[in-house]
Design a protein around this ligand. Structure first.
Ligand code: AHG
Ligand code: MN
Ligand code: MN
Length: 320
């Protein structure tokens, strides 16, 4: 019979692969594991109970204001990271500035606490994306320098997908492993060891509503996908589109346009963590000219075009 391995057991077993102190990785990932379960619980009852009761006045049974799920997720991740002590500061898509914990922690975190949030109300998969960096500044407080490190400096990156099942996928630079939440026992179990992505695929994912705003090169790549009768799949939740393509082979594109040359997605919260994961799985990620992981950020909420997925498809998409 196949053995069952929990995420906690797996992290302990592999902690020698983590460049820094023994036990640190497991402490770091604990907050994400726990917050993931709690967000999952909220996601699964979105639209139910308190929402219905509170629908008229936007208040729940306790008389508290209803919180949007992305604000709830953001507060929860920050609360857990703060109480756990390893992380001294967080940059989140939901906060204008760095959130400091003033605790001397050796790591900083960047995150998109809830990705695909426009899909919450319509029962479509959403996710959480996170990156962990070693702090490089030495003063009392973390500084911008800690967050302006290129993606190659990530010590770990991962995502949680709240889908038909809930999964946590992460890497520390030694391959990619996926864990599925068994809701009956509330535990993530190793379900996808050593995830790799095919070098070629048959799926292309892009918001084709923007087709006429794309460059000629991108348009001709999309035309080529159609001529080859590839499958168009676009959920509108990056995590979910990325996860499917990682498993099956495919490309996800959010190109720049003339109006928005840097596209929509954020380098620190979305592109970098998924780029580390895709590369660890054998795929590629670029902004069209530069490997995502080689970009040195200049601002927290920096956007970048993104072409990510199966290596040969990414090469072909940015060739022109
Ligand atoms: P978020 O919900 O964190 O703001 O991210 C939404 C992102 C991403 O998840 C998705 O792929 C993309 O926006 C969809 O954008 P379009 O609706 O422009 O296609
Ligand atoms: Mn997002
Ligand atoms: Mn988000």
């Amino acid at each position: 019979m196949a053995t069952i391995k929990t995420l906690a057991e797996f992290i302990t077993e592999r902690q020698h692969e983590f460049t820094y102190a023994t036990g640190e990785l497991s402490q770091l990932l604990t907050s994400f594991r726990l917050a993931g379960k709690m967000v999952n619980r909220e996601v699964n009852k979105a639209g139910l109970a308190e929402d219905i009761i509170g629908a008229a006045g936007q208040e729940n049974v306790q008389g508290e204001q209803q919180q949007k799920l992305d604000v709830y997720a953001n507060d929860l991740f920050i609360r857990l990271l703060r109480s756990q002590g390893m992380v001294c500061a967080v940059a989140s898509e939901e906060n204008d500035d760095i959130v400091h914990f003033d605790n001397g922690g050796k790591y900083v975190v960047t995150m998109d606490p809830l990705d695909g949030s426009s899909n919450i109300d319509v029962n479509v998969s959403i996710g959480t994306i996170f990156s962990i960096y070693r702090r490089v500044s030495t003063g009392d407080k973390a500084t911008m320098a800690d967050f302006m490190q290129p993606g190659t400096a990530q010590v770990a990156a991962g995502y949680i997908i709240y889908g038909s099942s809930t999964m946590l996928v992460y890497t520390t630079g030694h391959g990619v492993n996926g864990f599925t939440l068994d809701p009956s026992i509330g535990t993530f179990c190793l379900s996808h060891p050593n995830m790799t992505t095919p070098a070629d695929g048959k799926i292309y994912s892009v918001n084709e509503g923007n087709y006429y705003d794309f460059s000629e090169g991108v348009r001709s790549y999309i035309d080529g996908c159609k001529k080859q009768k590839m499958s168009a799949r676009y959920i509108g939740s990056l995590v979910a589109d990325f996860h499917r393509n990682l498993m099956k082979g495919g490309i996800y594109m959010y190109p720049g346009t003339q109006k928005a040359p840097k596209g929509k997605l954020r380098l620190l919260y979305e592109a970098n963590p998924l780029a580390m994961i895709v590369e660890q799985a054998g795929g590629k990620a670029t902004d069209g000219t530069t490997r995502i992981l080689d970009i040195t950020p200049t601002e927290l909420h920096q956007r970048c075009p993104l072409f990510i997925g199966s290596g040969n498809m990414v090469d072909a998409a940015v060739k022109n």
